[in-house]
Design a protein around this ligand. Structure first.
Ligand code: AMP
Length: 406
């Protein structure tokens, strides 16, 4: 049997199918450009002989319903020769769970209404997640569906960390507070760190750095998130591919007054035209690094700013935690960029954080330790796997619900 994980975005659907037994990956894919004249689907699957094969197809896909039918058709064709295909459960990544969802939840009509009620908090993300849930419930009506929230892991933050210093009424009436995101990734790498170090989660203090196109830092005390850099929305905190991260809130009013731009336009600038892209014109860290080698001044500035912000968060979370067992780098940049890891840890030897240059640049897969030999704080590179984490939580929730029903 299979566990299917769906990440339904506004114009894309990412999915992965796992064998229930051992949660090994069986197939995965990405449909992009939904709503455009040419939507592209790339589907990969593991053949019974143990080799990955790939099909890429392009056709017009008007909406998510057509998108899911396209995926089911192509993946159905691909697995014509494979054995078991029955779906045990579907896990949906849902970006915002507000204060309501501290845990993953089985999706029924009431849960779906709650997720819809959270749309004002995540207008760019939750509507597409809801679309994915609705279509999958129609296509597989008898299969349990589970919502796994990006915010849930951070619901353990204490009030002093999650409140903004705004009129308290805005928290009560409009839910304005820090929620945090990337929860499945921070939780997954924290568990992996605990397993790797042989230290139980409830005895482990970590700073986890998820550095991809979206980026966030989390302070984890004894296995629980006590602070994280993203806020009410995924815009706050670290510098990202196209998002600005921390910013003086007065920039918004100043820009509106000075340039006459609307709030929607400013929202677009801060989310899609800022960050690395805003400074040097690209959000691709590989290109930035190669331009830096060629002497490109803007690319150097973008790289310096990106790493300096990470370093500030390491310092802040070190202070918040009091003692740190390990710093974890993950995400496309965190796992692959020795330059970013090196610059982000520069000058921190005084607080027991220093990288070993050779270990940092050594290539390798799986979990790696890159701190200098006798350093107090371990520095780990841990590949994240949000899909597997969502699959794991989905199986646990469905298993608990079945036990309950017995
Ligand atoms: P993600 O959103 O986690 O897929 O990460 C995307 C980011 O990872 C992009 O900025 C990529 O340029 C960056 N990335 C991927 N591979 C590498 C690499 N080998 N070196 C530096 N950056 C990389």
């Amino acid at each position: 049997m299979r566990v299917v994980v769906i990440n339904s975005g506004s114009s894309s659907i990412k999915y992965e199918s796992f064998n229930l037994n051992g949660l090994s990956s069986a197939a995965k894919g990405l449909l992009e450009c939904i709503g455009a004249a040419k939507s592209r689907l790339k589907h990969r699957w593991l053949t019974p002989a143990g080799a990955w094969e790939e099909i890429a197809e392009t056709r017009p896909v008007a909406d998510h319903r057509e998108g899911f039918s396209f995926i089911l058709e192509v993946s159905g064709r691909a697995r014509a020769d494979s054995a078991e295909t029955e779906v045990f459960a579907v896990g949906h990544r849902v970006v915002h769970g507000g204060e309501k969802f501290r845990e993953p939840a089985i999706i029924d009509d009431a849960t779906l209404r709650e997720i819809e009620a959270l749309i004002p908090l995540a207008p760019l993300h939750n509507p597409a997640n809801v679309r994915g849930i609705n279509v999958m419930r129609e296509l597989l009506p008898r299969v349990p569906q589970v919502a796994v929230f990006d915010t849930a892991f951070h619901q353990t933050m204490p009030p002093r960390a999650f409140h903004y210093a705004l009129p308290y009424d805005l928290y009560q009436s409009a839910g304005v507070r820090r929620y945090g995101f990337h929860g499945s990734s921070h939780y997954y790498v924290a568990k992996e760190a605990s397993r790797y170090l042989g230290i139980p989660s409830d005895k482990l203090n970590l700073i986890t750095l998820h550095l991809g196109n979206g980026a966030s830092a989390t302070a984890i005390e004894r296995g629980k998130s006590i602070d994280t850099s993203m806020g009410l929305t995924p815009l706050e905190g670290l510098i990202m591919g196209t998002r600005c991260g921390d910013l003086d809130p007065a920039v918004h009013f100043y820009l509106a007054r000075k340039t006459g731009r609307s709030f929607e336009e400013i929202e677009g600038i801060l989310n899609r035209e800022s960050g690395l892209t805003g400074i040097c014109g690209t959000n691709d860290m590989r290109e930035i690094q190669s331009r830096v080698s060629g002497g490109d001044v803007r690319a150097s500035l973008a790289l310096e700013m990106f790493c300096y912000r990470i370093k500030k968060y390491i310092g802040a979370y070190y202070a918040a935690l009091g003692s740190v067992d390990a710093i974890v780098f993950t995400g496309g940049i965190g796992e692959n960029s020795a330059v970013v890891r090196g610059k982000s840890c520069e000058g921190l030897a005084g607080i027991g954080i220093s990288l070993d240059g050779r270990r940092n640049i050594a290539s390798g897969s799986g979990i790696r330790e890159i701190q200098a030999e006798d350093d107090r704080v371990k520095i780990l590179v841990i590949p994240t796997d949000e899909e597997r984490e969502i699959a794991q939580q989905t199986v646990e929730v469905v298993g608990r619900a079945k036990d309950h029903g017995r």
